[in-house]
Design a binder for this molecule. Structure first.
Ligand code: 0A1
Ligand code: ZN
Length: 874
């Protein structure tokens, strides 16, 4: 590292702010090559701060200070100090007003934080610390204030000018300019501020709340996208209704706006009354968006809307509490999506994300608690741990307290904390107090990092008719946490009799055991025959379970478990065992063979007449190489790839008739967007993927795949076929990829798919292809979606090609990270992820990855974002 220091911020250092803000009023003068910002802020000494002194520090970065006035008098330069982090001055009394004029340059802003331009339109991103790139302010989430925002711009390029709250004034100015004034009466932290201005169109709808208020809903997009917003609008209305029905929560302003932009670092942002979205999570038509895109839009629109209460009305005291809003809001969006679609399929997807991304994070150098204790760059903590494990922690409380108890806790949380900035402990206290339930031990889920491991042993005494389950929990050491205390774990189980029926072990078929000690034994009486245990139903806790069931038992569960989640889980476990057996054979230099029992189980599953097609589709999917790699002690990318391919090819070849039938049965002429229709499409495309995996597939199958590409009218079917073709050695491959490009070259979101498909192809020459695509006109290092689709997809999703033994993939990624260091370090830092597990590979690969990490860390002016992750990895 050279030139820059990157201090660590600690949770234990939290102090209440010495000053509070009573109100802030902003004027933005948007000019062609710069924007002037005039901020008038009323400060008051914080009575809770004690005798903290009279020094006021305002955060501010990359700002040109024009002038500053205090209580209307201009301050001479010796009255304040400015450095690259902010501005300090001595407060003139207990209560005073500062007026500050700054100049910023949105056009030159490639970080996409603060005020920037996307396709010419102005937009802001202020979470977590972007507001300080707009003006000098106490930019921390526990400073809440009402905002008034006046925007002035040209009528020609900025006919639309939006900010938070309600529009209270607008009018004409000289020289073809106009203004709009917005007022947000709800005190909010600066990270929820937003401004949007540009040449945008909108679609409009209305929602009547349960108390009869009429809310105007608008989605703003560029003109070319105006036909693609209906699904997002429908999703928004569903989310608004759901939050009223499930949590009694009503929307509070008169208008709710969503704006879609192409250049965005994340998925979307919950700014009060004015959500800004990555266009990926707004725009959809059947011919341009896949079923997954549709589900993604529904989920993200809901997520941002739900933040209005969990995040905005009640916000975070400091950024260590990020999971207070994110874990809770992810849990809420998962439950919403489960109610709108198939509940078990939703759960399987959510658990897959957790186990692939979060478990990996928890086992590496970036492992951190759901409520971290320190950070260098807060942007690096928008992680799967904070979001997805955070949601699991909320879900466990829901499991322990029941739906009604959880709702009581939520009601108390809002009654106590509406309008406040609070902590994770405050949330848990509301849950505990509302239910008179002891959650003290449970709070370890917030403070201890790492994924707990559960070891299960069973004992059956036929004479006494007693079945007992012995459970041991442990948690591997993680950075800074060598020893762990036992967690309070809800373990949901069922016991199946020999016919596969649930034995009633409680009023219900499922019993939630509460494991609190390092080791406990649970005994069940009056059990006549040895049952098969359905363990950790619905994945009731975010843990790893050491495999303890035989292939017979797993096959039995796969066929009979009344918990549909666990049926799929059994299928995954079986598949994992079979793939690892093949891997062992390959590593020993032998020929793998596919276990007949496994084949029979899969075959029975296909013929089982499951009516949830999507669920069957899930059960048939083999675990990904990235996931499987996470289960290995020393990762062997080539043999892992070969082993998984072997299992897929064998299954497909030996069950060719079944997969063909599955394809035909689920090939619907008519396109619908119902969960059933989506389930059928996914099953059909999984069948096609298997069939095309057969060694030299029959011409008939190839023709079917090509025909699907050519004739399908919806993007799900087109892309499924295209992906298979791109992965193949078919002669028509290039031609078809070219044809797709010509058809869709003007649609950036479809072009993202085109890039992902090529970047994730398992063909030998993929890295060369990716390098070629870097200079293709559709690609840009400045657009995060493009970087994710090409660089991110290749390095994080194409396990075997990224980890090619020559190390060319590693050098490629390091070059891109160094390039992003000056363009967009936030995205650059996210790209480091595939390197963080370098210690789990063989010596040679370790060496090559470490060399690249060192090359990165020695880059001049390395940003704190990239520095933190690379440094922790080394
Ligand atoms: N709060 C948003 C996520 C988000 C975080 C940071 C951003 O920019 C650095 C943008 C969005 C959410 O949870 O949806
Ligand atoms: Zn969120």
């Amino acid at each position: 590292m050279k030139n820059v220091e990157h201090p660590t911020i600690y949770r234990k250092d939290y102090r209440v702010p010495p000053f509070i803000v009573e109100s802030i009023s902003l004027i933005f003068q948007l000019q062609d090559d710069h924007t002037d910002v005039f901020a008038t802020t009323r400060f008051r000494k914080n009575p809770d701060a004690g005798e903290e002194g009279d020094q006021l520090f305002l955060n501010g970065e990359d700002l040109e200070l024009l002038w500053i006035r205090c209580n209307s008098d201009e301050l001479a330069a010796n009255m304040y100090q400015v450095n690259e982090k902010g501005l300090s001055l001595t407060a003139p009394g207990d209560s005073f007003t500062l007026e500050i004029a700054t100049r910023i340059r949105p056009d030159a802003n490639t970080l996409l934080e603060g005020l920037y331009r996307s396709n010419g339109n102005y937009c802001t991103q202020c979470e977590a610390e972007g507001f300080r790139k707009i003006t000098y302010y106490i930019d921390r989430p526990d400073i809440l204030a009402p905002f008034t925002t006046r925007i002035e711009g040209n009528k020609s390029n900025c006919p639309v000018m939006l900010s938070n709250g309600n529009k209270v004034d607008e009018g004409e100015l000289e020289d073809g300019r106009h203004y709009a004034v917005w007022h947000d009466p709800f005190p909010k932290p600066s990270y929820l501020f937003a401004l949007v201005a540009g040449d945008l169109r909108y679609i409009e709808d209305f929602f009547t709340t349960k108390s009869g208020r009429n809310i105007c809903l608008r989605i703003y997009v560029e003109e070319r996208n105006i036909t693609k917003c209906d699904h997002a609008m429908l999703s928004l209305k569903k989310a608004m209704r759901w939050d009223e029905e499930v949590y009694g929560l009503e929307y509070d302003l008169d208008i709710f706006m969503i704006v879609a932009v192409d250049d965005f670092n994340m998925g979307a942002m919950e700014n009060k009354g004015l959500n800004v979205f990555n266009s990926k999570y707004v725009l959809a038509l059947p011919e341009t968006a896949t079923d997954n895109d549709y589900l993604g839009i529904e989920g993200v629109v809901a997520h941002e809307y739900f933040h209005n209460w969990t995040g905005n009305r009640v916000t975070c005291r400091d950024w260590f509490q990020l999971s207070l809003k994110e874990g809770l809001t992810v849990f809420r969006d998962q439950e919403f999506s489960a109610d709108m679609n198939s509940r078990p399929v939703q759960r399987i997807d959510d658990v897959r994300i957790l186990r692939t991304g979060q478990f990996r994070e928890d086992s590496g150098p970036m492992a951190h608690p759901v409520r971290p204790d320190s950070y260098v760059e807060i942007n690096n903590f928008y992680t799967s741990t904070v979001y997805n494990k955070g949601a699991e922690v909320i879900r466990m409380m829901h499991t322990l307290l029941g739906a009604e108890g959880f709702r009581k806790g939520m009601d108390l949380y809002f009654a106590r904390h509406d309008g406040q900035a609070v902590t994770c402990d405050d949330f848990v206290a509301s849950m505990a107090d509302a239910n008179d339930y002891d959650l003290d031990q449970f709070t370890r889920w917030y403070s201890q990092s790492g994924t707990p491991v559960i070891e299960v042993s069973e004992h059956f005494d036929s004479e006494k008719e007693e079945y007992s389950l012995n459970l041991k929990q442990s948690c591997p050491p993680t950075p800074g946490q060598p020893e762990k205390k036992p967690f309070h774990l809800p373990v949901a189980i069922g016991l199946l009799d020999q016919d596969g029926k649930d034995i009633r072990i409680t009023d219900d078929d499922t019993l939630v055991l509460e494991l609190k000690e390092a080791e406990e034994t649970f005994v069940f009486y009056g059990i006549e025959q040895k049952p098969v245990v359905s363990f950790l139903r619905n994945f009731s806790a975010p843990v790893r379970v050491k495999p303890f069931q035989s292939q017979e038992e797993l096959a039995f569960l796969m066929a009979h478990d009344s918990d549909l989640y666990n049926r799929c889980e059994a299928a995954f476990q079986l598949a994992e065992q079979v793939i690892f057996a093949a891997l062992e054979a390959l590593q020993a230099g032998g020929q793998p063979v596919l276990d007949d029992q496994y084949l029979t189980a899969v075959s029975a599953n296909i013929s089982g007449g499951q009516n949830d097609k999507a669920l069957l589709g899930q059960a048939l999917q083999l675990p990904s190489e990235t996931y499987l790699a996470g289960q290995m002690t020393v990762i062997d990318p080539d043999n892992l790839h070969a082993a998984r391919n072997f299992v897929k090819r064998e299954l497909a070849g030996r069950l060719i008739d079944k997969f063909t039938a599955l394809y035909l049965e689920n090939d619907e002429a008519e396109y619908q967007l119902t969960p059933e229709a989506m389930g059928k499409r996914s099953l059909k495309n999984i069948a096609l993927d298997y069939l095309m995996a057969i060694d030299a597939p029959p011409q008939e199958i190839i023709d079917r795949c090509l025909a699907q590409y050519e004739t399908a009218k919806n993007m799900t079917d087109v892309v499924s076929a295209l992906q298979i073709i791109a992965n193949s050695e078919l002669d028509v491959r290039e031609e078809i990829l070219g044809d797709f490009y010509e058809l869709w070259r003007n649609d950036p979101l479809v072009m993202d798919k085109w890039l992902i498909i090529q970047a994730t192809s398992k063909r030998q020459d993929t890295l060369d292809e990716v390098k070629r695509l870097m200079s293709h006109p559709v690609f840009s290092m400045k657009n995060p979606n493009k970087v994710r689709s090409l660089v991110g997809a290749f390095c994080a999703m194409n396990h075997v090609r990224f980890h090619d033994h020559k190390g060319l993939g590693y050098a490629f990624l390091a070059d891109r990270i160094i390039e992003l260091n000056t363009i967009n370090p936030q995205i650059g830092a996210r790209m480091v992820s595939p390197f963080t597990t370098w210690k789990k590979y063989d010596g040679e690969r370790q060496h090559m990855m470490r060399d690249q990490l060192e090359r990165i860390v020695n880059t001049e002016n390395l940003s704190g974002d990239i520095f933190e992750i690379v440094k922790k990895s080394l």
